[in-house]
Design a protein around this ligand. Sequence first.
Ligand SMILES: [Zn+2]
Length: 307
Amino acid sequence: MPELPEIETIKRDLEKKIIGKKIAGVEVREKKIVHPNPKVFATALTGNKFTKIDRRGKLLIFHLVSPPKFSSEKLRRARPDKFLLAHMKMTGQLVYRYDHKTIYGGHDVPKTITTLPNNFTRVIFRFQDKSILYFNDMRKFGYLKIVSGEVKNKILATRFGPDAFTPKLSLRVLKEVLEKRDKSSLKAVLMDQQSIAGIGNIYADEICFMAGLLPQRKINTLDVNDVKRLHNCIGHVLAHAVRHRGTTFGTRTTQNYVDSEGKHGNYLDFLKVYQRDGEKCLKCKKVIIQKDITAGRGTRFCKICQK
Ligand SMILES: [Zn+2]
């Protein structure tokens, strides 16, 4: 599943490609993916333009404006009429095709699939300049929702905590988040999207390792310095990963994440614990990285470096 750095990379790349382009038509091939229903979904988009893309955690938020506002001098500042929420969940993928070039974001493209659209193409957006955006999703857990500003705000307020990669996750906010979950394990809270939005299995393990904290630690055993270190490491790990366009995961030779420029993320080279179980710890060089199941997920850690 793509995490915050991978979604941030897609956001940045798509912003350069689709902002201000008129949507000529929308084809829904799998009604389960779209809300409210295919007809309303297509009508809400056709003839309109995306003016901005926001992100909260792993959710992409496309701002949508309609023709009367096209002429306004600053399209980017035009008040959006509606929003398109896009979540890739496990296997979602955004593929943009223009001038015979194809750029990918999200889940990997299996080597056996070379055509577009393909069996996993669920929704197709056609722009007036003939470029096309495909939403592919093998397992169909992802979604595309058209919502009003009010509904968008309600969804963000109830299902998404503060974004892990903005100044909004200040030390004070992090302390408040942790206080509410004081009996949970550190890993569980880091991955809980309603507590902190954007961190998944890979980055949770990396953040715990860098902070020198065991993922199994109960929140109520962390002292002030532990929380400060944790706060610093969340920012540091995510910023570093975004700078390197995210992580290529799976085994080290097969790549599950491809960004929307078609390049693989290369943060893989910097991972310290994720998928390194059985290998010697890079920090203490004394013991091997262990693996257990914490918060329902495979979790890697060093017994010496993390307390
Ligand atoms: Zn170690």
